[in-house]
Design a protein around this ligand. Structure first.
Ligand code: GUN
Length: 293
């Protein structure tokens, strides 16, 4: 069994990006600049955004954190997005999700300039991805592809089962695994809350990508020997024995499933760190695109 070590690979990617930034500096060029908008004070979102800003510093990017109150109106947020769209110094930006209920998320995502949409959530980027055109691929799916590629996990002709159809992970992952090339060329089944007899499907899977947010959902009895497991779940579970009062749990019963798996991602230290590394990679790509304009 091989652990797909996202922490290690994400560090390698960050080192590669830092090397690119150094070359830009040496040539006297502008370095990539990522901005992040966070609305409200959801604890998990604040942690994620802080990690993204810290990662920018680590590789030598410029970063801007825009904090807006939980009572921000939709118009105020849309105006802030338009400001970032027009600011030539900003190469890419993200609006951290979820947003407070008074704000229409779809309207927000449609307002982001696709050329700066380093999350890859705008329909233009999502459509290009589905059509095999060059685009920003959402960071979590992009990170999973990168892990599969760097560990040379065979995907061609394999049966990939994706659990969860979210716009951020499950849906794009189901498209990417079926695309031509490597990683890809898989036969994909996309399962969700209405799927019947899920064990019958997961037990036939060569590769399982689970993005549910249901701690310990995937049990050893649900998978076959030699399966590849990608666990995207990151859920805070109350744990009095820890300093913070919670621990992070994935969707997979790691202890038992790992005994049957050929490759498996841990939580934490698997997909999570890859997401941040790939956001940086998309921002580097955005800078390069802007430079060539
Ligand atoms: N919320 C959970 N994951 C993500 C992500 O990848 N990007 C943004 N913007 N918000 C998120």
């Amino acid at each position: 069994m091989t652990i797909l070590d996202g922490k290690k690979i994400s560090n390698e990617i960050k080192n590669e990006i830092a090397g690119e930034v150094q070359k830009m500096k040496d040539r006297g060029e502008k370095v990539p600049h990522l901005a992040a908008i966070i609305v409200g004070n959801d604890g998990a979102s604040e942690t994620y955004v802080a990690s993204k800003v810290k990662a920018c510093e680590r590789v030598g990017f410029e970063s801007t954190l825009v904090k807006m109150s939980s009572t921000t109106s939709e118009t105020e947020l849309l105006n802030k997005i338009k400001e970032l769209n027009e600011n030539p110094d900003i190469d890419g930006f993200i609006v951290q999700l979820p947003l407070p209920p008074q704000i229409d998320t779809q309207k927000v995502l449609l307002t982001v300039n696709p050329d700066k949409d380093v999350d890859g959530f705008h329909p233009t980027n999502f459509g290009k991805m589905a059509l095999d055109m060059s685009s920003f691929i959402p960071a979590t799916p992009f990170g999973i592809l990168e892990l599969l590629e760097r560990y040379k996990v065979e995907t061609q002709g394999k049966h990939t089962v994706v659990i969860g159809r979210s716009h951020i992970v499950g849906r794009p992952m189901s498209i990417l695994m079926g695309r031509k090339g490597f990683p890809g060329n898989s036969t994909v089944t996309l399962t969700h809350s209405y799927t019947k007899n899920i064990t019958q499907i997961t037990s036939q899977a060569d590769i399982i990508i689970t993005a549910l947010g249901n701690p310990g959902f995937l049990k050893a009895e649900m998978v076959k020997e030699g399966v590849v497991i990608i666990d995207v779940g990151i859920t805070r579970v109350t744990d009095e024995n820890t300093e913070k009062g919670y621990r992070i749990s994935g969707d997979v019963d790691f202890e038992n499933v790992s005994k049957k798996a050929s490759f498996i991602t841990p939580v934490p230290g698997g997909v999570g760190p890859m997401t941040i590394a790939m956001l940086l990679k998309n921002t580097l790509l955005a800078r390069e695109n802007h430079r060539l304009e």
